[in-house]
Design a protein around this ligand. Structure first.
Ligand code: NAD
Length: 462
């Protein structure tokens, strides 16, 4: 009994994406018995072969540590009949009207209903789903189970919300060492089961893997146990806040640039105020990724159903997407003509340490430049394979190295602040360019070093 008599749980997880797989690996590492299921047979085959279909730092090592506690299957039935906790961590991609597409959640819920065991099962929504989805999932389970009426199912199953706050690139640390755990349910037993599930994390009573050391000064983790709707809204509200924080610093940055101020100094001066905090205060090309755009749109769409407007969240989105036009404007200023010019893009992933390119600013920017007649050659240290598979008709050419995309280019744009881009052989690269111009879209590079290497150097908000 590794955790002092703590009862370990049998868990099933629907969806082996960025959230489901990392959660599964972490829970299995903690000693719970986890079965991850997915409808994507190729993913399951790859996982069974010991290979993760996504890139997330240290995931392979944690999966190996989890060993036999972590299993994979396309068939949920056997594991589900004994499961005490079932996570729904399937994708909820955005639709044109701002609402998330809940098809995958719906089919997972029906599958759970069909295979539900006779013991008590807590079904946990980890996917980011609109307010009210908990009740909807409960009704789908009841329907598929043949019970029809939810009240007949109450002694076998209940639904809870347990929103996920992990960041891709540091997902495993975010799961093992979170700032808080949020659980929401109308059923006190559900919150108790989840408190037990998270016990090792809440108490930080597990031995940290050597490759994921516990942050210094880390104490017990607060548990926020609340009702379903509040838990669901905590997730949307948190993301809306982070979107707004970044958009605000970008808005200030656009003014700073005009008045001759430096946004990096401004952000430092602001961020040292404990009420503000320095994180998520970097001016640049703005946010992207699979969550911020989707979740802010979904929040606005939900509010609309109640005849409520969300002008702050709307403005955060407007500022963010306008920020991507800055690249076009700045390059036009310098090059005057974009038609026929070659622009090298450094970084395709929406941020460093992930291979995720969903709503990546780099791709949007590349498209805006292509629309203006520019030729794009792009590099990414990790996301290159995924990008070249998914975007082989986009007109983007993919270069094997940063140096290759610089060669012959009229400008370079740094779109993702990968650590490996900090110290490229800039002098050599400047020499191979048609025009040694670089736009640092993340205020990440050392200006003096680049100027010294022969570049005309542009950045954001200074
Ligand atoms: P993803 O696209 O990486 O993974 C989703 C997985 O679900 C895929 O492997 C897909 O094949 C599988 N799937 C689809 N339908 C299924 C079904 N019926 N049964 C079993 N598996 C099914 O998505 P993700 O990035 O892991 O996100 C999952 C959810 O978590 C989303 O709602 C997202 O908003 C939320 N979330 C994501 C992050 C993040 O950083 N990625 C952070 C917090 C919350």
């Amino acid at each position: 009994e590794p955790f002092g008599g703590l009862k370990l749980l049998k868990i099933v997880i629907y969806g082996t994406g960025y959230v489901g797989l990392t959660t599964g690996a972490a829970m299995a590492f903690l000693g719970h018995e986890v079965t991850c299921v997915d409808i994507d047979e190729a993913k399951i085959a790859s996982l069974r072969g010991g290979k993760s279909p996504i890139y997330e730092p240290r995931l392979d090592e944690l999966m190996e540590l989890a060993g036999g506690n972590l299993r994979f299957s396309v068939d949920p039935a056997p594991a589900l009949s004994e499961a005490e906790v079932v996570f729904v961590a399937v994708g909820t991609p955005p639709m044109a009207d701002g609402n998330p597409d809940l098809t995958a959640v719906q089919s997972a819920a029906s599958s759970i209903g069909r295979h539900l065991g006779l013991g008590f099962t807590v079904v946990v929504n980890k996917s980011t789903v609109p307010i009210g989805s908990g009740h909807w999932v409960e009704s789908l389970i009841a329907e598929a189970s043949g019970e029809g009426d939810i009240r007949n199912l109450r002694n076998r199953c209940c639904v809870a919300s347990n929103p996920e706050f992990l960041r891709e690139g540091s997902a495993l640390c975010d799961i093992l060492y979170p700032d808080r755990v949020v659980v929401g349910s109308e059923n006190p037993t559900a919150n108790e089961v989840l408190a037990r599930l998270y016990e090792p994390i809440l108490q930080q009573s597990f031995t940290a893997p050597w490759f994921l050391p516990r942050p210094e000064g880390m104490g017990a983790v607060p548990l926020v146990a609340t009702d379903l709707a509040s838990a669901e809204l905590i997730k949307y509200a948190s993301n809306a806040f982070l979107c707004t924080k970044i958009s605000l610093i970008n808005e200030i940055g656009n003014l700073a640039e005009k008045v001759g101020a430096d946004i990096t100094h401004i952000a430092r001066g602001m961020g040292l105020d404990a009420r503000i905090g320095g994180r998520f205060l970097q001016a640049g090309l703005g946010w992207g990724g699979s969550c911020f755009g989707k979740d802010s749109a979904a929040l606005i769409a939900t509010a609309k159903e109640y005849d409520i407007r969300m002008p702050i969240v709307e403005a955060a989105r407007e500022v963010n997407y306008a920020q991507r036009d800055l690249v076009v404007t700045k390059l036009l200023n310098e090059l005057k003509i974009l038609k026929g010019r070659t622009v090298g893009i450094l970084g395709l992933a929406f941020k460093p340490n992930t291979d995720d390119i969903r709503d990546a600013p780099a791709l949007d920017i590349a498209q805006r430049l292509i629309d203006r007649g520019a030729r794009i050659q792009a590099h990414d240290p990790i996301a290159l394979d995924r990008a070249s598979c998914q975007l082989n008709h986009s007109g983007i050419r993919f270069g094997p190295t940063a140096e290759a995309v610089a060669a012959g280019a009229d400008a370079l744009v740094l779109t993702t602040d990968w650590a490996m881009y900090r110290d490229l052989p800039w002098k050599r690269m400047a020499k191979t360019m048609a025009n040694p111009l670089i736009l640092d879209g993340r205020n990440f590079l050392d200006q003096a070093q680049l100027v010294n290497a022969g570049f005309r150097f542009l950045s954001i908000g200074r």
